[in-house]
Structures are given as structure tokens and as C-alpha cells.
Design a binder for this molecule. Structure first.
Ligand code: CAA
Length: 279
């Protein structure tokens, strides 16, 4: 995860550039269409819509590169990013046409270094969603399969409609989940549940998703947009600098000892105090 400033200020474009998350050129309409994405930025809220409903929002390499480009070019005043799907599903995962030669530059793994770079580039479409200066919300309805499930897992908070169905299908297709989903899945559900879900590729319905922590909020299908709007309003009401610092703290907590985490809390709080009361 990219670091951000530790003095409690909301991150600026300059800060992002300093941390390797430099704003790049925003993808234009044609690039977004090719990626099967739509981007709407309204002040502090960016909404990314998976927009190939006729393919159940199946994702291609262009989709993942498009997501990465959106992450790189996000305006510095965006504080919340919502990921949603158009049509009946959040996403049916990788476009299965990619396996039959329709995908550009598909890697067969024979060049290990090249394949590693190739997959790392695709993973960038997911990793930026963890940056502390934004809070990311997945609004999941219908199917969230494979790469779609992993996209929801890459977000900070998942709001699910009661028709949501999560499935980690990759092992059933002979592959592993490689779009950064294994870490959050284990951290959320525990190793036993993660193994059971991945190695059976079974579907988790919304009720169970809420029970095992895969969804923070479950609402009736027609209440999804309203629930996301309410959540976004609540997130924006919190002090921006405190939100950035707190997200940074919470995400590092699982990897830290109590001592390290206590020290991190002190550092962040000193930044907040300076921001609020310093001269
Ligand atoms: N890739 C390409 N096209 C897809 C697709 C996919 N993943 N999922 C659905 N579609 C297409 C269908 O082919 C169909 O096209 P036509 O209208 O031209 O026939 C259209 O979308 C609608 O699909 P269905 O008629 O099947 O819709 P449904 O509501 O009955 O079922 C579904 C929806 C359960 C998602 C079903 O389509 C399905 O099982 N899709 C495949 C899911 C899948 O296996 N995804 C890969 C997961 S692995 C992964 O994502 C990670 C990785 O990196 C390997």
C-alpha cells in the first residue's frame, strides 16, 4: 500500500506523486468503453461502474488496466470511491472468452518473469483501492464471481443486496485467485472458511456473507443505491485527515504487534493534534 503523509493533512496530488501514486492522464471515454467501465466523479465521490451488462460485467485485461488508470488519475479531492455493476450482476469475473484466445497478450506462463510482470500490472487495478486517502465501497448485487468477488474484497466496505452471490471460482477452472483476493479473504473469513470456499468454489449467499463478514451491510435489492448513498454521506461527514490516518492505522493493524500498533497510534495522533491545535 502506498504511504501517505503522516501529519494528518488530507493527501494532496503532490503527496500522491511523492508516494508513487502520481495522478496520470484520466482514461478518456473510448478507453473506458473498451475497458467496460464508466467513471462518474461528483466532488468528493467517484463512482466506477462495471458496464458490460450484456456480458454480466465480465472483465478483460482492458478492464483491469482501466481500473488501474482510474486509480492513477483520481482527482486529489476524491475521498470515497464506489464500485458498482450495471445490469443483473456485479461481475461474472474474467471474460471466459479470454481463455479461448480472444484476450490480447494472454500469458501462458512459460516466461516466468514476463508473466509475473503481466499479472502484477493487472493487480494494480485492485491494489489502489487500499490507498488510505480514499475509502472504497463495493455495492454488490447479483453475481460476484472470481475476479468480481476479488474486486469486492479489494474494497474497504462491502454493501450487498439480498440477491448477492459470491463465488471464488478460480480453483474450479484450474487457476488460483490472483487479483489480490486471497489476503482479505483469509483476514475476513479465517483460513478454514477461505479454504472451504475456494476449494469447493461454492456460492455464498447474502445472509451468509453478512454472517461471516464478507458484507458489512445487507439490504433489499431495491434499497442498495439508497444504502450506499447513506453510507457515503456518513463517510464524508467525518474529518478528512482523521479518516485518512484511521484507515492507515486499521489496515496495518493485522500485520503489527501490539507494541508496533500502539506506536503507530501515537504517531498518527501526534499528527492529528498538530493539525488541530498546532501553530
Ligand atoms: N465471460 C464471458 N461472458 C459471460 C460471462 C463471463 N464470465 N458470464 C456471463 N457471460 C455472458 C453469457 O455468455 C451470456 O452471453 P449470451 O447472452 O451471448 O449467451 C450473457 O453473459 C448472460 O449470461 P447468462 O445467460 O449465463 O446469465 P445467467 O444470469 O443465466 O447466469 C452467470 C449468470 C451465473 C454469471 C453465468 O453467466 C456464469 O456462470 N458465468 C460464468 C462465470 C465464471 O465462471 N467466471 C469466471 C470466474 S474465474 C475468474 O474470474 C478469475 C480469474 O482470473 C480466472
Amino acid at each position: 500500500m502506498a504511504e501517505s503523509n503522516t501529519d494528518g493533512r488530507p493527501e494532496t496530488a503532490t503527496d500522491r506523486a511523492a508516494h508513487g501514486a502520481a495522478p496520470g492522464a484520466a482514461p478518456d471515454g473510448a478507453a473506458l468503453r473498451e475497458a467496460g467501465l464508466r467513471l462518474d466523479v461528483d466532488g468528493a465521490v467517484a463512482t466506477v461502474t462495471l458496464n458490460r451488462p450484456e456480458r454480466r460485467n465480465a472483465m478483460t485485461f482492458a478492464t483491469w488496466r482501466g481500473l488501474a488508470a482510474i486509480g492513477r488519475s483520481l482527482p486529489a479531492d476524491v475521498r470515497v470511491v464506489v464500485l458498482r455493476g450495471e445490469g443483473p450482476s456485479f461481475s461474472a469475473g474474467i471474460d471466459l472468452g479470454m481463455f479461448s484466445g480472444e484476450g490480447d497478450g494472454f500469458t501462458d506462463g512459460s516466461d516466468a518473469e514476463g508473466s509475473d510482470r503481466f499479472i502484477a500490472e493487472l493487480q494494480e487495478g485492485y491494489t489502489w483501492l487500499r490507498r488510505p486517502e480514499i475509502v472504497t465501497v463495493a455495492a454488490v448485487h447479483g453475481h460476484a464471481i472470481g475476479a468480481g468477488f476479488q474486486l469486492a474484497l479489494a474494497c474497504d466496505i462491502r454493501v450487498a443486496a439480498d440477491d448477492a452471490e459470491f463465488c471464488m471460482k478460480e480453483p474450479a477452472l484450474g487457476l488460483v485467485p490472483d487479483l489480490t483476493g486471497t489476503k482479505p479473504l483469509v483476514e475476513i473469513a479465517g483460513i478454514g472458511r477461505a479454504l472451504e470456499l475456494c476449494l469447493t468454489a461454492r456460492t455464498v449467499l447474502a445472509d451468509e456473507a453478512a454472517r461471516i463478514g464478507l458484507a458489512e451491510i445487507v439490504v433489499p435489492r431495491d434499497g442498495l443505491d439508497g444504502a450506499v448513498r447513506d453510507l457515503v454521506t456518513a463517510l464524508l461527514a467525518v474529518n478528512p485527515g482523521a479518516a485518512v490516518a484511521t484507515k492507515r492505522l486499521l489496515w496495518q493493524a493485522p500485520g503489527n504487534t501490539l507494541e508496533e500498533q500502539s506506536a503507530a497510534e501515537r504517531r498518527e495522533q501526534i499528527g492529528r493534534l498538530r493539525e488541530m491545535f498546532g501553530r
